[in-house]
Structures are given as structure tokens and as C-alpha cells.
Write a protein that binds this ligand. Structure first.
Ligand SMILES: [Zn+2]
Length: 305
């Protein structure tokens, strides 16, 4: 079991909601699919590191800050004497290196993950030093997609190809690693420094406002994200995939989604009832808010935090 599990990144959560609630441009859609694909690749890698023996502390997705620079670590493994840093890429298709630049087969240049890896490793090293930790860092770019091919890559690059992942992790699994309280303390320090939602996690988002977004409760299945309709008084059913859930669960998720899309918005019963597309009743919305949030203000000025 990982020391820290991966959760859906803020930016992806926002893009999922926007894709269902407004019409994205082709460019915005492409960006959304890029984020989704990246996340799915990370989950694939998680399912493989899960099988490592307990001599490794797995820290998935930790965003840290050093010298006013944020850096996102896809996967960190803490072992007895080394910290492994993995940058996971779910690239698909043919790519090639030319003069230290990475290109798609079509000739379009793409951001080189090795550059990102180098930057992250440097910042991570400084971060660890600030904690008085001097473990060596071993960093790798993992290409997770079996449909990925890279031409003209020299053999000494810190790259793990799809056909090598099992062997790489197998070697780690055969390597003894004894952890002490010092390792666990380090893992705790890394996790507690994790930045969940920062201005950076909201860059490159399409512009949107409340008025233009479709109202209603979205299906929790990330493959679906269709709108849900009431089925009786207490149940919601997805109009796309038929998934059913308790109405209160859907309302709660929708409140959290509104807060995600509009941080700092004043949550009132009327606003939530409207945001949920009139699902349930104002009475039920009021009860869900009272039971799950702090009541602020009085009577008609009541809002929730
Ligand atoms: Zn659905």
C-alpha cells in the first residue's frame, strides 16, 4: 500500500467538470484529453509499484515548493539508501530525438521530459537538503504506454521503456531495503509539505463563469460524467450510464465541485439548489448543508463554509 495515494489532480477535476458543463474548443479538449491520459498513465504505474516489498515507501504525486518554484513529483520511492524519482509519461506513437530535442514522428517538437526530470531532481535535492537529508537521488523517466517508440535515443539516458518496467521493478523487489524511523519521518515531511491546490494548478484553464455553465449533478464515473436525474425522492440516476446513487451523495459531490470551480464562493441553499439543477428540494439541500458544513450568519443571510 502506498504511503501516499494519488488523487485526481485539481486541474483535471476542473477540466472534467467543464467538459460536461460547457462547450470546449478543440484546443481546450485536446488539453483535457492530454491531462486525462497523463493521469491514467500514472495510475498504471501505481498499479505496478504496488507490488513492491515493504522496504519501499511509495509517495505518489507530491507537489513541493523550493526557492519559490513548484515542482510536481509523479512518484517517489524511499528506500534504505536511495530516493527514486519517477516522471511518468503516457506518450503514444513514434518519437525521435534530434540534437537533444524530442519530436513527434510528424516533426512537431514536444516538451522533453528529460529536461523536466533534471529540473525536478535539482529542486528535490535542494528540498531534501533543507530537511538535512542527503540521500542520493536516482531519477527516471518512465514511458508507460506499450504503443510508445523512441528513435535515436542513446542508451545512457535515464529512461525506462514499457518493455523494461517489469524488469526494473523486479530488480528493486529483489534488492533488500531496510527502513527506519528516519525514512518514515522523511516520508511524513514530504507528504505534509504537499501543495494540494495552488495558483499553478489553475493555469492554462479555459475561462468560464457561473452563468454559462450547465447546472445539474454529474455522474461520479470519470469515464461517463453525464448528468444525473432524480429517480424517486432519494435517488439519482445517470442519464448516460444508468449509475444510481443516494441523492445526498450527489448533492455533496456537486457542492464540492462548485467550491473547486469557484473558490471562495458564498455557499447558500438557493445557490446550491440552482447549481444542482433543481434536484431534490431546497429542504433537502438545506439539510445536506447543515449536516456537512458550518453554518455562518443568520436567517436569510445564512451561508455555509
Ligand atoms: Zn454515468
Amino acid at each position: 500500500m502506498p504511503f501516499k495515494s494519488r488523487t485526481v489532480p485539481v486541474k483535471l477535476r476542473i477540466m472534467r467538470a467543464l467538459n460536461s458543463r460547457m462547450v470546449l474548443t478543440e484546443k481546450e479538449k485536446k488539453y483535457y484529453f492530454y491531462l486525462e491520459k497523463g493521469y491514467q498513465g500514472e495510475l498504471m504505474f501505481d498499479s505496478m509499484t504496488e507490488n513492491l516489498h515493504t522496504g519501499y515507501l511509495i509517495i505518489n504525486d507530491v507537489c513541493l515548493e523550493m526557492n519559490n518554484s513548484e515542482f510536481q513529483n509523479d512518484t517517489l520511492l524511499i528506500s534504505q539508501g536511495t530516493i527514486f524519482l519517477f516522471e511518468i509519461k503516457n506518450f503514444e506513437g513514434d518519437f525521435y530525438y534530434d540534437s537533444n530535442k524530442l519530436y513527434l514522428a510528424s516533426g512537431e517538437e514536444v516538451k522533453d521530459p528529460l529536461v523536466q526530470l533534471k529540473r525536478n531532481e535539482t529542486l528535490l535535492r535542494q528540498f531534501l537538503r533543507s530537511l538535512d537529508c542527503h540521500f542520493p537521488i536516482e531519477s527516471w523517466v518512465v514511458f508507460i504506454n506499450p504503443e510508445f517508440t523512441l528513435y535515436e535515443a542513446s542508451r545512457d539516458l535515464p529512461i525506462i521503456f514499457p518493455s523494461q518496467i517489469n524488469r526494473f521493478l523486479g530488480t528493486l523487489n529483489r534488492t533488500a531495503s531496510k527502513l527506519t524511523n528516519r525514512h518514515i519521518k522523511l516520508a511524513e515531511q514530504l507528504v505534509s509539505a504537499h501543495i494540494v491546490d495552488s495558483p499553478y494548478s489553475r493555469t492554462r484553464l479555459p475561462s468560464f463563469d457561473y452563468g454559462q455553465l450547465l447546472k445539474g449533478v454529474l455522474c461520479p464515473n470519470s469515464q461517463c460524467l453525464g448528468f444525473m436525474a432524480p429517480k424517486g425522492n432519494r435517488t439519482l440516476m445517470c442519464m448516460e450510464c444508468g449509475y444510481e446513487e443516494k441523492m445526498e451523495l450527489g448533492l455533496l459531490r456537486n457542492i464540492e465541485e462548485l467550491k473547486l470551480l469557484f473558490p471562495g464562493v458564498k455557499i447558500t441553499t438557493n445557490l446550491i439548489f440552482e447549481w444542482c439543477g433543481g434536484v431534490g428540494s431546497k429542504k433537502m439541500v438545506g439539510r445536506v448543508l447543515r449536516e456537512n458544513y458550518h453554518v455562518m450568519g443568520k436567517k436569510k443571510y445564512t451561508y455555509y463554509e
